[in-house]
Structures are given as C-alpha cells and as structure tokens.
Ligand binder design. Structure first.
Ligand SMILES: Cc1cc2nc3c(=O)[nH]c(=O)nc-3n(C[C@H](O)[C@H](O)[C@H](O)COP(=O)(O)OP(=O)(O)OC[C@H]3O[C@@H](n4cnc5c(N)ncnc54)[C@H](O)[C@@H]3O)c2cc1C
Length: 572
C-alpha cells in the first residue's frame, strides 16, 4: 500500500482553492492527504465578484467556487475559520490559533494579501479599531459590512483611484450613494493607464456620477466614534457617512518571515515555486515573489497553481513557472479595458499609434518596437483584443498596417471590399477601414464554436470559470437530453419496467465562439467544471466557423465603432 504524504495548504482563497482543484484533477489525492486551512469562515469563493456583490448584480451564493461537499467528496480535510499562527520547520508542523498541530511533508502558502491602510489621524481608537463607517474591502465579510452601512448612508469617500477603489465606488454608486474618490496621482488607474487613457476613463466615470479629487491624500478622519468627514492634505474637508480604504495591498508574509523563510516584498520562490531556502515549502498567489515580481491579479496565481499541481502530483514533475505575462483584461465599472506590456514608449525609435475619442469613452494605443507590439491599451472597445493579445504574447512581427490591430477589419455579408484608392486612411476613419480589407487566411480560419451539453446545476460554475478566463458564452438555453448516452443506456437497463426505459434528463446547451488558440483552454475549463464522474455528464463539440456571414446592418454601429467626426456626419 502506498503511504500518502501530508500536504498542508494555508489559505483557501483563489490561488489555494485553484491549486487544490488542479491537484485533485491530476489524481494528487492518491499521493497526498490534503489538509486546507482558511481563516475566512466560508468555502472557496471568487473574490473578483465581490465588487459585483457590492454593486448588487450578483448574489452571494453565486460567487462560491467549490462547495464544502466538494472538499468532502475528494477526501480533503478543510478547516474553515481557522487561522494558522505559526509553522515549526524543524518539526514540520503547522500550528493554528485554536491549538491544532498539523504535521506536513509539503506545505503551500497561499495566504494572499491584506489591504494597506495609510496613516490617517483619528481613523482608529485606542484599541486600534476603525471609526464606525470606515472600512477596507477585501473579503466577503467586508462586503457584508459595507452593504449594511451603505443602506443607512448617503455619501461615501473612497481612498484610491486604482482598480479596487473604482470597483468599491461602483458598488456604492449602484446603492444610491454620492461617491467621492480621492487619489494622490493625477488620474485613475495610474498602474495600468497613461495620462490620456486616464483622462478618457475619468470623463466616463464622472458621467456615471463619480466625483474625483486628484493629487490629494486624506490626512484626518473626523468624527466622534463614527466618521463625519475627512480632511485632505490641502486643508479642505469633505463631509461623509462612509470611508472605504483601497490604497493598495500588502502580501500576508508574517508567518513565513517568523519561520525564517526568505521574504522580501513577499515569500521568495524559484521557478519550481519552492521557497529558496526550504524545498518542502511552496508559495503561490499574491503572497509569492518570483523573479523579483509580485502579482495582484488572479491569472498569475492560477498559472502557478497549475505548475505546482503538475510538479507535486507527478503529472509533470519537471514543470517550471517562468513568470506571467502582464496583459490584463478587466471591466472597470462596466467599462472594458485591456492592457498589455509597456504603457509608454521607452526608446526614441518606438512607434506609437493612438486613437482617442473622449466623448464616446474610447481610447486605443499601441506601442511598436522593431515591428513588434511592446505594449497596448484598449479602453471602451476591446473588439481587437484577441488578435492584439495573440500578436503580443507570441511576440509576432506585425504584418500589414499596425492600425488594423486597433481597428480590425469588419466582415460584410457579401464579400470583402477591395481597398478603394479613395478610401480614407485607417487612422482617419477606423470604422471604414474595417470593411476595406480582405481577411487573411489566419483570420478566416481562426474562429471555432465550442458547444457543451452540461448539467443545469453546473452552468453557473462553468460561466464563472470561463468568464474568469475572459471568455463569455455566445448563447445558452435549456434542452432535454434523450439519446444513447451512457446515462440513458444505464437507465434503459435499470428502468425496463417503464416501457421505453428512457428518461428525459434536463440539460443546458452552451455555445462559445473563440479564436482557435483558446479552444484547448476553454475545453479544459468546461471539463474541469463539469466532470462529476457521475452518469449524465455531457458532451463537448468543437465546430469550425467557416464562411461566417455577418448580417448587414442598415445603419453603422453608432456609438460603438465610429469616430467622433463620423458620428457628427451621421447625425447630420
Ligand atoms: C473586490 C476585489 C476585486 C478584484 N478584482 C479583480 C479583477 O477584476 N481581476 C483580477 O485579476 N484580480 C482582481 N482582484 C484581485 C484578486 O482577487 C486576487 O489577486 C486573488 O484573490 C489573489 O488570490 P490569493 O489566493 O493569492 O489570495 P486570496 O484570494 O486573498 O486568498 C488568500 C486566503 O488566505 C487566507 N489566509 C491568510 N492568512 C491565513 C492564515 N494565516 N491562516 C489561514 N488562512 C489565511 C485569507 O483569509 C484568504 O482567504 C480583486 C480583488 C478584490 C478584493
């Protein structure tokens, strides 16, 4: 009999949960007894969707990833609401706040980060507790507290104009509050956007109702027990009933540090995702630092989770993690945003193409270095993102006009128009440029339709998983399965007394349209979220989309693709 090793995971968040899932998918349960500690009292949930919970567009029950039963079914011991306090590396022991001592052969840190709280006079009382009405936004409990307080508030101030601050602002705006965002830098999302893109985003968010205070910080929280106002660095004040602090994150590394692991900004790991001074301890997600880099996004943690699961399960014990690409696909308060690589040129010889349409909230920029994409920003219209991302990630030389990477040619129903000598240049009218080029063979063959027949109760999980990969379903509807599936044959044998022996099984048919190079990732995600090992699991079809015809519209897509000048022309 194989003696199983003890594998302990500290942190049941997005990276920890994903790692356990990947390990189980690779039959890691045959090699390890898996024990997971999570100090939040809930199962594994999609933290990204907390913003949507706050905004009221998702219910709490919709954001859970793996149910507590899933852990039981897979033989995983899950300690919820239990905080790991220390580790004893000499004894290979994990110690928790409530006295559990758990031995490990392998230990994985996936402890994520905590919000950074800047020094603000008057924010905390003598016991270190926040004034009533002041919050951070990281966990489900934070979201509950925020929602409760928002219900009896009229005006909120959010510190931080980064992604998380804006997401908190969106949530509070949706709940009917007047929302002010305070940001030290001169525009929102300075990490991802250049000044012009920031200005476009600012205008778009102001039109939604956000009030910005740039170039300022908050020095003082004013109130007696509860927050009444904040004071800015320039001496001005803003009354408010709520203060949400979203001023950055700091990796949770204290336990690792005390245990003598090498910690800089986060726990330092090598390409094998093991700590550089202890091969039996690993770190993934936001608490890990790899090749000098820490990440504050889900995707790198998921990539690390897969590599570590490959290594520990033996599926590919030589797998290495060599860093994650810096492209990000986000929705900021409902505005699409894709950023990759550099946001500014770094060499004199870099070529920059920019298209800005503040009025319609559009901004597109591409930086070319020696004929290759070294960076890009797409804000407001991300239709060209798949091709641009492919060119960037594969480091391909840009063929043809680089403007077409920002404004992909548009297919028409009849045929592709030959470029007319009189046609305006691509930069002058991207809308027209879309219809004036024959597609390359690569473009014609690149799309596939993936259809999956799945159990209805798995749909939400599948949706969350695929949307987490940036892939949105094209269509989905209910169907009833009746055919020679394994499940039905089984019922036929068992149910002979019923006459036909067949039973109609409720199913859902979902279809996605994706570039060919995303098919494997999508199919893998569908399998991961739908394989229950029980009778009735469905099928996946991958179909070519040759000769796709787009139905011609009578009017141009006003407000989506046209330039400001064209819109004026159309309105006449
Ligand atoms: C509101 C919000 C919106 C976001 N939106 C996006 C987005 O659009 N796109 C994107 O890519 N990223 C987004 N993020 C960031 C993303 O959620 C994180 O990058 C991701 O969750 C990191 O995963 P992780 O497992 O490293 O950390 P976490 O998901 O934070 O998980 C760490 C877990 O470990 C637990 N833990 C810590 N210490 C201990 C201990 N000692 N004992 C036991 N348990 C412990 C923590 O309580 C937590 O549950 C968002 C984050 C928030 C808060």
């Amino acid at each position: 009999m194989v003696v199983k090793q003890q594998l302990v995971v500290v942190g049941n968040g997005m990276a920890g949960g994903r790692f356990v899932e990947e390990l189980i998918a690779r039959n890691g349960g045959e090699h390890f007894d898996i024990v997971v500690f999570g100090d939040e009292p809930y199962g594994n949930y999609n933290r990204i969707l907390l913003s949507s919970v706050l905004a009221g567009s998702h219910e709490t029950k919709d954001i859970f990833l793996n149910s507590i039963e899933w852990y039981q079914e897979n033989g995983i011991t899950l300690h919820l609401g239990v905080r790991v306090e220390s580790i004893d590396r000499a004894r290979k022991m994990v110690c928790t706040a409530d006295g559990i001592q758990q031995r490990y052969d392998r230990l994985v840190f996936a402890t994520g980060s905590k919000p950074f709280v800047p020094p603000i006079e008057g924010l905390t009382n003598a016991e270190g507790q926040f004034l009533s009405g002041a919050f951070v936004f990281r966990t489900l409990d934070d979201a509950f507290r925020l929602m409760k307080h928002a219900a009896e508030s009229r005006k909120a101030v959010v510190i931080g104009g980064g992604l998380l601050g804006l997401e908190a602002a969106r949530g509070l705006l949706n709940r009917g509050l007047e929302v002010h965002v305070v940001e030290l830098m001169p525009h929102p999302m300075t990490m991802q956007l250049d000044a012009s893109a920031g200005a476009v985003l600012q205008l778009r968010l102001e039109n939604m109702g956000i009030r910005f205070h740039f170039g300022k910080s908050i020095t003082t929280a004013i109130g007696n027990g509860k927050i009444d106002a904040v004071k800015f660095s320039d001496g001005s004040m803003e009354p408010c009933d709520m203060l949400v602090i979203s001023a950055g994150i700091r990796p949770n590394v204290e336990i690792a540090k005390h245990a003598g692991l090498t910690v800089e900004r986060a726990i330092v790991v090598g390409d094998d995702l093991a700590c550089v001074n202890d091969p039996f301890i690993h770190a993934i997600g936001e608490c890990a630092q790899h090749r000098g880099q820490t990440y504050g996004l889900v995707a790198p943690g998921s990539e690390q989770a897969k590599v570590l699961a490959d290594r520990l399960s033996g599926a590919n014990s030589q797998a290495v993690y060599s860093g994650s690409n810096t492209s990000t696909t986000l929705k900021v308060m409902g505005v699409d945003l894709v950023v990759m690589g550099d946001k500014e040129p770094t060499n004199d010889s870099d070529e920059v193409l920019t298209y800005a349409d503040r009025r319609h909230g559009l901004y597109k920029k591409i930086i070319l270095r020696e004929g290759r994409v070294s960076g890009a920003i797409l804000l407001g219209d991300c239709t060209s993102a798949p091709r641009l991302l492919r060119t960037f990630h594969k480091n391909q030389r840009v063929q043809g006009s680089p403007a077409e990477l920002l404004f992909p040619p548009r297919k028409t129903s009849a045929s592709w128009e030959e470029p007319s000598p009189a046609a305006p240049s691509t930069e002058a009218s991207p809308y027209r440029a879309r219809a004036s080029r024959r597609p390359t063979p690569e473009e014609e063959t690149s799309l596939k339709e993936v259809i999956a027949i799945i159990r209805p109760e798995r749909w939400l999980k599948t949706k969350l998983k695929t949307e987490g990969l940036g892939i949105t379903a094209f269509a989905h509807h209910r169907v009833v399965g009746r055919g020679r599936q394994r499940g039905l044959q089984f019922l036929a044998r068992r149910g002979a007394a019923s006459g036909t022996g067949f039973r109609f099984l409720p199913k859902r048919m979902v279809s996605w349209i994706v570039p060919e190079d995303q098919v494997d990732t999508l199919v893998q995600a569908i399998i991961e979220t739908n394989r229950t090992g029980q009778i009735g699991d469905g099928k996946i079809f991958v179909l070519p989309l040759d000769g796709v015809t787009q139905i011609p519209a009578d009017e141009p897509d006003v407000g989506t693709f046209e330039t400001f000048e064209m819109a004026e022309e159309i309105r006449g």
